[in-house]
Design a protein around this ligand. Structure first.
Ligand SMILES: [Mn+2]
Length: 498
């Protein structure tokens, strides 16, 4: 039980809920600000549903990041109680600066918190309780706890907590399972028959797409010469795996239609194939792992599989329609779901176009330093997908993975800025690379430290335009320090030991 495992954290959730209830009882309209990724959209869906059920009025805005402009707007608005979900903990200095006059600021977030001196602040964050917000709890799970503390009936929203956790790639347990507080919520949802968690083949669209298309769409793991290649996928299933693509009525079968034996056959053929193609046994085996199925969603719906649900929300956010994602999270299974499905296919198309542009021009576009390879997407790759494009290029092995990879793209919001995304492999992380830290240090030299950061394996930031070369030079030096620290010391020690 959640309450027993995390008693202090749970009490904190109850206090946060109590504060929200007070404002509702005063008849206030609650201002809600949430983040635009899948986790932020699920968080928004949870808090809005919880408030709606209490017949409270609220006003939601979903944002890419908390900028001084957005905070200035909030400052001028009439609302006096604001809830931030999946965002805010890292921007407390800005919040403190602009929202001092507000009656109540409630932050429900899982990002590492910074300190602030704000009497009106209620700050619910797992880091204060020794819970790792990067791996054990998403913004959506943090928000779910508050919703559940508001009203026990909100237990039915537990599946949205899971969607956000999967969207934030918190499936870091063995075989891609959720851990920590997220896992407690999985168990809670499973007990109530909302969800089933089981080991299965992790192909994208396992509930919705014909088998060969699910294979084509799978990029995690990236399967060489199958990911993105429909015809090859079809012939692989027909000629190598030898399982029927259609059922006796001529209908396309999905992964979830396969028998256990067929699934085992498909998995083992895929693993053999990937090993032949040069992937490590570990990479190949990542095709099998925990899948999270929402039992209340219709069979054949993209919302039945937790990861596919998250992908749909992510596409809505990145394509500028987070409100459609929120509508789905609040229960719309008709218009919003249909629109989201169309948005997702446009998003996939955009990704595919960007990737084929950069792959075709790679020879000319890819530049290299000692520790980093980099390319510029200019105005051709949009800044809101540069991170995904960089990840895909690295995992598809189109760019070799012995160095850090950085992708640049001109900012769509600020003409004077360049957005950048950096990606690397676990191997380099194990050797000492921390991209979040490295980008912060390099951006500091250009005065945009506060716009850079992230995880050790994936991070991003913004720098002024025309400073790309200078940034890369700084980054290259910082990566050298991380990968080859105090070389002299080592040599000295080495000779003393020998
Ligand atoms: Mn998050």
């Amino acid at each position: 039980m959640l309450e027993e495992k995390y008693p202090q954290f749970w009490r904190n959730a109850e206090e946060t809920a109590k504060n929200i209830k007070e404002k509702i009882e005063e008849g206030q309209t609650i201002r809600i600000i949430s983040h635009f990724d899948a986790d932020g959209i699920s968080s928004a869906g949870i808090i809005c549903t919880a408030l709606y059920r209490l017949q409270a009025s609220f006003h939601l805005t979903v944002v890419k990041q908390l900028t001084p402009e957005i905070l200035k707007d909030l400052e001028e608005e009439k609302y006096t109680s604001i809830i931030f979900t999946d965002i805010g903990s890292g921007q407390l200095n800005l919040i403190e600066k602009h929202l001092k006059q507000k009656e109540k600021i409630i932050i429900i977030d899982h990002h590492p918190p910074i300190k602030a001196d704000l009497d009106s602040l209620i700050h619910f964050n797992p880091h204060f309780h020794g819970i790792d917000g990067a791996k054990e709890i998403s913004g959506s799970t943090t928000t779910y706890l508050v919703a559940r503390a508001l009203d026990k009936r909100n237990v039915d929203l537990s599946y949205l907590a899971i969607v956000g956790a999967l969207g934030d790639r918190q499936d870091k347990g063995s075989q891609y399972s959720l851990i920590g507080v997220n896992k407690e919520v999985v168990d809670e949802a499973a007990e109530r028959g909302i969800l089933e968690a089981k080991k299965d083949i992790r192909l994208f669209g396992r509930e919705t797409r014909p088998i060969h298309i699910a294979l084509e769409y799978t990029t995690d793991p990236f399967i060489p010469e199958l990911s993105g290649c429909r015809e090859r996928c079809k012939s692989f299933i027909e000629n190598e795996v030898k399982i029927p693509l259609k059922d006796e009525n001529g209908k396309w079968r999905t992964i979830s239609d396969l028998s256990t034996e067929e699934k085992q056959l498909l998995a083992s053929k895929l693993i053999d194939y990937m090993i032949i193609k040069g992937l490590s046994a570990e990479e190949a085996q990542s095709i099998i792992g925990m899948v999270y199925i929402f039992l209340n969603e219709e069979k054949g719906s993209p919302l039945r599989d937790g990861r596919e649900f998250a992908t749909l929300l992510n596409a809505c956010g990145r394509m500028g329609h987070p409100e459609i994602g929120v509508a789905i999270c609040m229960g719309d299974r008709k218009d919003a779901l249909e629109e989201a499905t169309q948005i997702l296919s446009k998003y996939r198309e955009k990704l595919a176009n960007s990737i084929s542009w950069i792959t075709q021009n790679l020879e000319q576009k890819l530049k290299e330093k000692n520790y980093v390879r980099y390319f510029h997407g200019e105005d051709i790759i949009e800044d809101n997908i540069i991170g995904t494009v960089t990840s895909l290029l690295l995992s598809s092995k189109k760019i070799s993975n012995d160095k850090v990879v950085v992708g640049f793209a001109y900012s769509s919001e600020y003409p004077s800025m360049v957005k950048l995304s950096a990606r690397t492999t676990q191997t380099l992380v194990n050797r000492g690379v921390d991209l979040g830290k490295a980008l912060k240090l390099a951006a500091k030299k250009l005065g945009t430290e506060q716009l850079a950061g992230g995880h050790n394996i994936a991070a991003g930031g913004q720098i002024p335009r025309n400073m790309e070369e200078e940034f890369i030079n700084h980054l290259d030096n910082i990566l050298k320090e991380m990968l080859e620290p105090e070389q002299h010391e080592h040599t000295k020690q080495g000779s003393a030991n020998s």
